[in-house]
Design a protein around this ligand. Structure first.
Ligand code: NAX
Length: 325
């Protein structure tokens, strides 16, 4: 498998690359070639070379070499699987709109590059923020590729929500099923437990509703900020872990009917505006994701889903001039 990863010298990749190379994505029998991308600045390239030296020093049985790039077309050539992690961080005093535009330039170029050189079946996961709208930009600039090949990461939010419920109910995270993250990977996301279960019970029967509405939702929405506050840096190892979860389930299929949250291009499911990259509950089978259909949406959930949809529409409007017609 050829796996391309951008932002190779960054924090998330200091965990993600080693997990991919050690077989934690495709298993112990599949060899991977890592194709790494950094910006064409001496310090970034040097740092990427240092990471590559460490990959060599692990002598991983599943790593079948690597290549280092500053040109996305070369990096993505024949890639089966792409993690778009590198993005422009928000600088002090930068407006949200400016951040969206700076990233739009990066992700439109990378979308074009994917269309030009990646495998037609490539699976793309956008991690770099604002992940949903960056994904939309890359997808729209890769018109020759199937929109279903493009996804954005909300799995970290789902994992965070699962642990919140496990701690609240004194259960293990593995006993919590079908928690959903709807919408944007941002503070407007909607962690929904209306269809979730805890061990053999319905979550609604064992989770205190006031705690869920007044504490848990906000905690999941603001967990990224809490990590920065505590660690001094944004989530890295947990983000890498969620990226592995997302890509592994997409390739291998979800187990036992479990739902996973994925930002995917909406076709209007659950009355969401078509074309947005919106996080839905999905199941995966034979390399394809499918949105879970037929769920009842209560008025509270509808309002929350609409709120995060509105933010995504606003983000899309902010970068509309940069989207191909
Ligand atoms: P870092 O700033 O540590 O690393 C980013 C790396 O990307 C840098 O080495 C930089 O040189 C490189 N880069 C920038 N532009 C590039 C380009 N055009 N091509 C190739 N490389 C480029 O950030 P890190 O902590 O690794 O986070 C990466 C991104 O993930 C950020 O946008 C961050 O906000 C986002 N996150 C997304 C999460 C999610 O759940 N979707 C959670 C974690 C994280 O906050």
């Amino acid at each position: 498998m050829k796996v391309a990863v951008t932002g190779a010298a960054g924090q998330i990749n200091y965990s993600l690359l080693f997990r991919i190379a050690s077989g934690q994505l495709f298993g112990p029998d599949v060899k991977v070639h890592l194709s790494l991308l950094e910006i064409n600045i001496e310090a970034a390239v040097k740092a990427m070379e240092g990471v590559a030296m460490e990959l060599e020093d692990c002598a991983f049985a599943t790593l079948d070499g690597y290549s280092l790039h500053t040109d996305p077309v070369k990096c993505f050539a024949d890639a089966d699987c792409v993690f778009l992690v590198g993005a422009k961080p928000r600088a002090k005093g930068m407006e949200r709109k400016d951040l969206l535009k700076a990233n739009a330039a990066i992700f439109s170029a990378q979308g074009n590059a994917l269309a030009e050189s990646a495998s037609p079946d490539v699976k793309v996961l956008v991690v770099g923020n604002p992940a949903n709208t960056n994904c939309l930009i890359a997808q729209r600039n890769a018109a020759s590729l199937n929109p279903a090949n493009f996804t954005a990461m909300t799995r970290l939010d789902q994992n965070r929500a699962i642990t919140q419920i496990a701690q609240h109910t004194n259960k293990h995270a593995s006993e919590i099923r079908n928690v959903i993250i709807w919408g944007n990977h941002s503070a407007t996301q909607f962690p929904d437990i209306a269809h979730a279960s805890v061990a053999d019970a319905l979550a609604a029967d064992v989770v205190d509703d006031a705690w869920y509405r007044n504490e848990m939702i906000g905690k999941v929405q603001k967990r990224g900020a809490a990590i920065i506050e505590s660690r001094g840096f944004s989530s890295a190892a947990s983000a890498a872990s969620a990226a592995i979860d997302h890509m592994r389930d997409w390739f291998n299929g979800t187990i036992d009917g479990q739902w996973v949250s994925m930002g995917v291009v909406s076709s209007g499911e659950y009355e969401i505006t078509s074309g947005l990259v919106y996080s839905y509950p999905c199941t995966c089978n034979k390399g394809e994701w499918n949105i879970v259909s037929g769920l009842d949406i209560a008025p509270f959930a509808r309002e929350m889903m609409k709120n995060t949809e509105d933010e995504l529409i606003e983000e899309r409007n902010d970068i509309a001039t940069l989207l191909p017609i």
